[in-house]
Design a protein around this ligand. Structure first.
Ligand code: AMP
Ligand code: FE
Ligand code: FE
Ligand code: ZN
Length: 318
């Protein structure tokens, strides 16, 4: 059976070939088995070189394991291409792997990130959207590089040198190119200056509005959780949050180092009133951010709710 090990699916070379488990076992059996089989501590937000992390999926899983985690998700921006390697590495280290992604969205000028757990990676609607976002990211990075090259010694090749083939390109790769050129010391300095949205080099990327993003995830069988929802950009307008919730938003990532105390309390109250899922995660990016695996974790009952609610793909058990 596919969910008990990665092997069947590895033989097929694709994630979604096998018969979905829900066709074999009724839903109640799923949650009973989850309750029995996964173990914490759980970190559901980590990035690899498939987007803007600095380590390939297997090394991300190894880092998670070193930090004592037992259940982990890989949530690269707008791509699921790291799942196979991550699932293999996680399970061989005795950890449970939860497939995930961090989908880009946008409300007016601000970017909104939606964690998408247990999505069907081959869902046509979601695939079309992530393809569109990733190609827009590539063009946008080229335009930004162009603008930066007027003032700094930086070419497109410098950015490509910092990017793994096929990865979701982002400002962090431009930051790494600037570091390699000795222009800035680290990603944080690049984001404060040259890459900042208020600056002359910045170009916005295409991304769907948050309600569309939530619907795409839900329609792909996934569980949408808003990433770092109480960070510096501030809370989304309550009307928009309501619309996201009625479109299927399942919860908030309240345990995240970038969340601020006051808006976090507001969202915690909303989560309690509406019985939403609340997660805590690291948002590990390898050397790209100071965040360490397991610095925030998600309680077992919340992990269980995510596993019971998702139907587009299955967790992989060791
Ligand atoms: P982009 O998707 O190209 O707009 O870039 C946003 C990404 O950059 C986010 O996913 C973060 O992981 C990363 N990022 C944002 N601010 C910082 C920072 N100060 N230091 C390092 N990485 C950052
Ligand atoms: Fe990132
Ligand atoms: Fe994010
Ligand atoms: Zn992230």
């Amino acid at each position: 059976m596919r969910r008990t090990s990665g092997t069947l699916w590895q033989q097929s070379g694709r994630w979604a070939d096998a018969t979905p488990r829900r066709a074999i076992l009724p839903r109640y059996a799923r949650s009973v088995e989850h309750a029995r089989r996964f173990e914490g501590p759980t970190d559901l937000h980590l990035h690899s070189t498939h987007s803007d992390g600095t380590e390939p999926p297997a090394l991300v899983m190894a880092a998670a394991h070193r930090h004592g985690l037992r259940t982990v998700a890989l949530t690269d921006h707008d791509t699921t291409s790291g799942w196979a390697e991550a699932a293999d590495a996680a399970t061989s280290l005795g950890m449970t792997f939860v497939p995930g992604m961090e989908l880009s969205a946008r409300h007016q000028w601000r970017s909104v990130h939606l964690l998408a757990y247990l999505i069907d990676p081959d869902d046509p609607g979601l695939r079309a959207m992530t393809d569109r976002i990733r190609s827009s990211r590539l063009e946008r990075a080229q335009v930004m590089a162009d603008r930066i090259s007027r003032d700094y010694d930086l070419g497109w090749d410098d950015i490509l040198a910092q990017t793994t083939d096929g990865a979701t390109v982002g400002r962090p790769h431009i930051a790494d190119a600037l570091i390699a050129r000795g222009v800035v010391r680290d990603r944080a300095e690049a984001f404060r200056g040259i890459l900042s949205p208020g600056g002359e080099y910045y170009v916005a990327l295409y991304a769907p509005d948050p309600v569309t993003a939530v619907r795409l995830i839900a329609d792909a069988g996934g569980v949408p959780i808003m990433a770092h929802p109480a960070a510096r950009a501030g809370l989304l307008p309550s009307g928009l949050l309501d619309e996201m919730l009625s479109s299927g938003l399942a919860g908030f990532e309240l345990g995240h180092r970038e969340n601020l105390p006051a808006p976090t309390r507001t969202l915690r109250r909303i989560a309690q009133e509406r019985d939403l899922i609340v997660t805590g995660s690291s948002d590990y990016h390898g050397l790209g951010k100071p965040n360490e695996p397991g610095e925030n974790t998600t309680p077992d009952d919340m992990v269980d709710r995510i596993l019971a609610a998702g139907s587009g793909s299955d967790p992989v058990f060791p």
